[in-house]
Design a protein. Sequence first.
Lengths: 412, 412
Amino acid sequence: MATNLSVNGSRLWDTLMVSAGIGTGPRGGIRRLTLTEPDRAMRDQLKAWAAEGGYALSIDRLGSMTLRRPGTEPDLPPVLIGSHLDTQWAGGRFDGILGVLAGLEVLRTLDDLGIATKRTIEVVNWTNEEGARFSPPMLCSLAWSGQATPEWVEGRIDRDGIRFGDALAGIGYRGPEPVGGRRIDAYFELHIEQGPALDAAGVPVGIVTGGYPSCGMRIAVEGETAHTGPTPMAERHNALVGAAMVAVAVNDIGWAHAAVDAKATAARLDLVPNLPGTLSEYAELFIDMRAPAVETLETMKASLRAALPDCAARSRTAIRIAEEWGFGVFGFDAELIGLLRATAERLAIPTMDLRSQAGHDAYHVARVAPACMIFTPCKGGITHNEAEDIDLSATLPGVNLLLHTALARANR
Amino acid sequence: MATNLSVNGSRLWDTLMVSAGIGTGPRGGIRRLTLTEPDRAMRDQLKAWAAEGGYALSIDRLGSMTLRRPGTEPDLPPVLIGSHLDTQWAGGRFDGILGVLAGLEVLRTLDDLGIATKRTIEVVNWTNEEGARFSPPMLCSLAWSGQATPEWVEGRIDRDGIRFGDALAGIGYRGPEPVGGRRIDAYFELHIEQGPALDAAGVPVGIVTGGYPSCGMRIAVEGETAHTGPTPMAERHNALVGAAMVAVAVNDIGWAHAAVDAKATAARLDLVPNLPGTLSEYAELFIDMRAPAVETLETMKASLRAALPDCAARSRTAIRIAEEWGFGVFGFDAELIGLLRATAERLAIPTMDLRSQAGHDAYHVARVAPACMIFTPCKGGITHNEAEDIDLSATLPGVNLLLHTALARANR
């Protein structure tokens, strides 16, 4: 295999900029929440690109879209490349998107050069990676890997009470294909680092050796409405106060373990009725906690469990963990990591080992198939913010590593 | 004047129950936020009652509705009776409503008995007393008393960005009359106590001698969006955490002064973007504080001002008081209070002196006209809750006191 085989960087950039024009945010990023109108428009664009390239498109019951470039032995398990095209509310132009469009660029590069592969290569756009509209994140790879049923996913509701299944049908992307259940030879996900390490070190590629053990929780606080005026302090059951105490406790737990790079976040708070003049009767707080070591995460979870009864007693509310989920404890495939290292060395691409602190669909895929991730730099580590940015020149080494490793795997 | 002159209790109850059927809440109370469809329907009902009784109806530019029963000397300043027909989100069936419909019952009783009065008697339904949709509460009596302009009121926006003026026009209740600016002989407001004192003592009438000095604030917290995963604790600017710290500080200040019956409330919190996975970039917290003495309230306000920089520093956000308003420091008219006392004595109605802890339109009216308030019992002091309830038999002494005092004043 020629080491000068390379993707077309300006074509990749052009596709990224087409994406950036779909659901453009008020500050130049992207606001493309899953299963909304901009998400539909982006899916239509991907569909058009698939047709243009002659790649068969299949859509599964949960809306995940797969483009296929057939191999010469199409019965062999395919090589899968993927990420997501949905974004956060104040999302950047590259988070997830780069991984899908780098996959598309790999297919196009192989076509340009007339390279046939033994195995089929597929590119997937996972539905609802971000979890910004439907909780939890990485929802459809969760089902794809057999950890949840499609029915359960379809029944998730957003803050307006809209069901995932109805939103998906509403944008016309409920497909006929089953969710998961087939063999994959290897899964590659290229993603911006979402942290500052590569950018600071001037290294173009991070080889992801694992994730941060992480957990998410939905915490419910029950109080009672009453007039904010005459009701004595000792007779109040203000759900807002209970939730605020939990939010502060979560933040304190994050700080208590900040020295080992752990984090704890109170991210979303919904209140009922949330009006001046009346104490709130109900609150829901979404939190997450992440730590480099499972032991640290377990300590943090125990601290939070211990804090909840105090918050409940002090606010005179009832507080419980209504839902809990975990991610980040997994192993990427040693053989694939070895392939990434060896290929980077052959291509003279500098790399460093990294652990991911964000959630990725690759975590779930890794449960049922060999999987790995390539990180590329993002400026200052800024992400989930419209200012998120990359340099194409610092990104191309990673995309070329994807091309070469996917090709190697597809020919084995 | 005959002391056996009395209102028709069952007719009053019937009108209260008609009101209870308009915007009925899920738990048997009323959800009739100002300038919504249920508010329009209730206004239509009041209009129908005015037509039925032959009372001229005038509607001012801000939608406040006034029914008029002309006196024999119509050029004399009228006697005004009033309260409000809007409710909280989880509102009761009597808060405000009782005062308007007791006023209507006074007019009807005078008609029943063919009693003419020297002065005109009017009954007013103030727009947006509750402040549950447009902040601050008592918005239109504020303008009526010259403390705000109608233009400013019309420009207030609700949480969906809808202007007060547009919402008012939308339900068809923007009237031709100017707001305030005319002389009133006396203002009477009958209201449920919204506290437990009368109910506990078994006394049917509270004579309101004053209010609790109170303040409201809208506190703005500015942060920055970022990914909840990789962003280190020390690089976060989570507006949710800043707001939660302020909410806890407000609650602590309430407890620090609870022994003297002061209160501090974090009532409403709006977050942007308020999604899992992303730190919030903006928060707005609505708080109020009330105390029996001005000095205590000033101490509480100083404590909060001192706490804000700490909350800002600890949460690494910018926190400021974006808006502040006060109410409750006022004097009701000594002559009217004397009239209430003397009349209650003559009618053998037990009374006790009370101070109001809630806000009322009477506070604003008192700035420009002689005003007073009559409190009647509410069970267990429960209010701003759908379980709010009254006994008719415990309420009628107060309504009869309203009848006799309004009549005395209308004939002077």
